[in-house]
Design a protein around this ligand. Structure first.
Ligand code: PMP
Ligand code: GLN
Length: 385
């Protein structure tokens, strides 16, 4: 086949394959326990599966309405009202998406223009910066402060210019497990008040938060809520990462722009899954227990690592645990992570790819969304290293 080589100028020349695909690929190749890419190794709710089946069998298999089925938008609205006391209008302020990744990309495309600056906190989830770059934006990075990964409120105000279009935040945070406090959110609120900066708040781990901490959703802050698009993911909440179904909440002024792009990126999300979720999230028992459920896993894994030479960096949310290994090796994170897969049959994700300059703190990320038997086996291996 004739090649176009030489005529294509990549829009993402610095991007290779996502670190999650690379590490999961290696885990499979070397038959390692896979605590790298974040996904549960236990089944999803039988009831939820039955519901999808039910709706498929009854013919709910054609395009859903562009913003999502009304019943699901209504159920999401009720969930946010109950959890945060804030009312989003299901007709004009909620859109169902094909996962949070699509929601994030669409939100960035809808608002970031050539030359606009976007502030991102790193280590950052891998999809934010490429989405900004593809849309002609310029990423400005603010480092979360090692080792607690708190935001640096002295530096952030100095990064704002008249070209700052968007600030992307993520709490609970992937990969660090850090959770923004009420004070952090108030700082952001103060900083963006009376500006035309848009906040994109990635809250996919909203229900995965521990030690009785409150998830400080951006919607709880009256000045922030006006300028913020919030993204959520049912994949995280209901252990079904392969379903790729999520949502966006935003005031109508922002949502109408979001939908203009959404309709051309995906048009609509998966129909039978939307119907099933609409029934399922109506019952808060289906998500209220998540902090306890995952905290137990976090603590189970941590307890079994007590005799290891890895140091635990506290995880307050998400299903990730960072382990620091400077007492074991001075290898670079990527090298060490690959060696653990090949020699010890345990897969993790190095944190350095979450930094644009590949900062290396000798820290690896382990996903604890696993059955106890998996975590037990993984901890036994880690204790031998
Ligand atoms: N944001 C963060 C921080 C994530 O960890 C993930 C999970 N991959 C996503 C967004 C994307 O979620 P989804 O799988 O619903 O696209
Ligand atoms: N969110 C998951 C993680 O952080 C996986 C994301 C992906 O595979 N793209 O591991």
């Amino acid at each position: 086949m004739e090649s176009l080589e030489g005529t294509i100028r990549s829009k993402l020349p610095g991007s290779g394959t996502s670190i999650f695909a690379v590490m999961s690929g290696l885990a499979n190749e070397y038959k390692a326990i896979n605590l790298s890419q974040g996904f549960p190794d236990f089944p999803i709710s039988e009831e939820l599966t039955e519901k999808v089946h039910y709706y498929m069998k009854r013919g709910y298999n054609q395009y859903a309405p562009m913003p999502g089925i009304p019943k699901l938008r209504g159920a999401i609205s009720k969930m946010f009202k109950k959890n945060h006391g804030v009312k989003y209008d299901p007709d004009t302020e909620i859109t169902v998406t094909a996962g949070a990744t699509q929601a994030l990309y669409t939100a960035i495309s809808a608002f970031v223009r050539e030359g606009d600056e976007v502030i991102i906190f790193e280590p950052a989830y891998d999809s934010y910066a490429p989405a900004v770059t593809v849309n002609g934006g310029i990423v400005k990075y603010s480092k979360l402060q090692f080792p607690d990964f708190s935001p640096n409120w002295e530096e952030i105000p100095r990064m704002i210019t008249n070209r700052t279009r968007m600030i992307i935040i993520n709490t609970p945070q992937n990969p660090t497990g850090n959770v923004w406090t009420k004070e952090d959110m108030q700082q952001l609120e103060k900083l963006t008040k009376d500006t035309d900066i848009i906040v994109l708040s990635d809250e996919v781990y909203e229900h995965l938060i521990y030690d009785s901490l409150q998830h400080e959703s951006a919607c709880r802050f009256p000045e922030l809520v006006k300028r913020t698009l919030i993204t959520g993911s049912f994949g995280k909440t209901f252990h079904a990462t392969g379903w790729k179904t999520g949502f966006v909440l935003a005031p109508e002024r922002l949502m109408s722009e979001f939908r203009k792009v959404h309709q051309f990126v995906v048009f609509a999300a998966n129909t039978p899954i939307q119907h099933a979720l609409a029934d399922y999230i109506g019952n808060e028992e289906h998500y209220k227990g998540l902090p306890r459920f995952y905290q137990q896993k976090r603590d189970f894994f941590a307890q079994r690592l007590q005799s290891s030479r890895f140091k635990l960096i506290p995880s307050y949310g998400t299903y990730f645990q960072l382990l620091e290994y400077s007492d074991i090796s001075d290898e670079a994170e990527m090298d060490f992570a690959v060696r653990l897969i090949k020699e010890y049959k345990i897969a993790s994700v190095p944190v350095s790819p979450f930094y644009h300059n590949k900062d290396d703190h000798k820290v690896l990320r382990f996903c604890f969304a696993k059955q106890e038997k998996t975590l037990k086996k993984a901890a036994e291996i880690l204790c031998r290293i």
